[in-house]
Design a protein around this ligand. Structure first.
Ligand code: ZN
Length: 182
């Protein structure tokens, strides 16, 4: 699995891209809900990590059916509905944000070296992984202080930096008038 750094960077990028599309969310708290919604959507399918930690069995609980396209879609819609309820702004925009975040997570983990994802559960339990991985991935089984995490960071930091730079440039070139309001 890719590290939380990459997933959160993608979530932040989605927030950056979504913000002009939610011009009615101008106050601090509403902007915070939008930020938390985008970050939450990008990591929501890793909620199974908590179950794994609770049962001291990460491999048994983490990256199972939660990382299928089907569950990611449902989880993304759930985040979107929650965002809508909390802010009263457009349901379709919130669901787009939620689903984009959850599916981005599945795509990133698909592109990560590891045991693959049960992408098409419940149709099949088979695992699928990209034949051309982009991310080294995090090996939680090696412990928190493993030197292998440095390799993961060295792999992900340049990719995250490039992503944030691209999104910043894109958002800058598509600035709309209302951004300065809030
Ligand atoms: Zn994951």
């Amino acid at each position: 699995m890719a590290s939380p750094l990459t997933h959160l960077a993608v979530g932040f990028s989605l927030f950056h891209l979504a913000r002009p599309r939610f011009p009615e969310l101008t106050g601090f708290w509403q902007t915070l809900v939008l930020l938390c919604g985008a970050l939450g959507a990008a990591v929501v399918v890793d909620s199974d990590f908590l179950l794994g930690a609770l049962h001291h069995d990460l491999a048994g609980f983490h990256n199972q059916q939660s990382h299928s396209l089907c569950v990611a879609l449902i989880a993304g819609i759930g985040v979107g509905v929650l965002g809508r309820v909390l802010t009263r702004s457009g349901l379709r925009r919130w669901i787009t944000l939620g689903v984009a975040g959850a599916l981005s997570h599945v795509l990133i983990d698909f592109l990560t070296i590891g045991r693959g994802l049960q992408l098409f559960w419940p149709l099949t339990d088979a695992r699928f992984a990209s034949s051309v991985p982009l991310f080294n991935g995090l090996r939680w089984s090696e412990g928190i202080w493993s030197a292998s995490h440095l390799v993961t960071l060295a792999n992900e930091i340049p990719i995250v930096a490039a992503l944030l730079w691209l999104v910043h440039r894109y958002a800058g070139s598509h600035k709309v008038d209302h951004i300065g309001e809030g």
